[in-house]
Design a protein around this ligand. Structure first.
Ligand code: NI
Length: 200
């Protein structure tokens, strides 16, 4: 029962950008990795998904807590060697990642996803994920190819932090200064560079 350390961007950028390898067979070692992923996710109340490379294991394994339209998400489901067979209905939706604590954004991802994978016993499964569950599974599969949610941001103003206002309400605070972007290891958007020049 080990909760592992989650790699954080940009400090652990190199490991988070690395491609993960196919799992040749779902054996005890793989089930052990799945258990570690579940225990790690359990330690992060706000988390609904985790990919093996986020704990430094470059194998194609992810876990997701699906909502399937319910209030509270289901227990984690493991997907080994997930492969997208069909993706449709792209829409803008909420995105965030345990490797980017405190950073959120809006990305465009499919809201219909048909995926082939092995379950944690090695059985082949084909399953359709809908709405935010599709977003979640798509986000986790991205991790296996070193793709991060910041790569799918279309406009810099779609990235934000969440703060509490004076009434205790959660409000979105968009990243607004060059330093905000530098802190998250991202290039400063051109329009902000111009702003910076003018201020000089
Ligand atoms: Ni993530």
């Amino acid at each position: 029962m080990t909760a592992r350390k989650i790699l954080i961007y940009p400090q652990e950028r190199e490991a988070l950008r690395k491609q993960s390898a196919e799992v040749p067979v779902v054996n005890r070692r793989v089930r052990h990795l799945i258990k570690d992923l579940k225990n790690t996710l359990k330690a992060h109340e706000e988390g609904i998904g985790l990919a093996a490379p986020q704990i430094g294991e470059h194998r194609r394994v992810v876990i997701v807590r699906l909502s399937e339209g319910r209030e509270s998400p289901a227990p984690p489901l493991a997907l080994v060697n997930p492969r997208v067979l069909d993706a449709a209905n792209p829409r803008r939706d909420f995105d965030g990642c345990l490797s980017f604590p405190g950073l959120y954004g809006e990305t465009v991802r499919p809201h219909y996803l048909r995926v082939a994978f092995l379950d944690e016993y090695g059985n082949p499964v084909e399953r359709v994920f809908l709405d935010f569950d599709a977003v979640l599974v798509h986000h986790e599969i991205d991790h296996l190819d070193g793709v991060l949610f910041i790569d799918r941001i279309e406009r810099p103003e779609d990235l934000y932090h969440i703060r509490e206002d004076e009434f205790g309400r959660q409000v979105r605070v968009p990243l607004s200064t060059p330093l905000d972007f530098i802190r998250w290891g991202m290039p400063v958007p051109p329009e902000m560079q111009a702003q910076q020049e003018r201020a000089r």
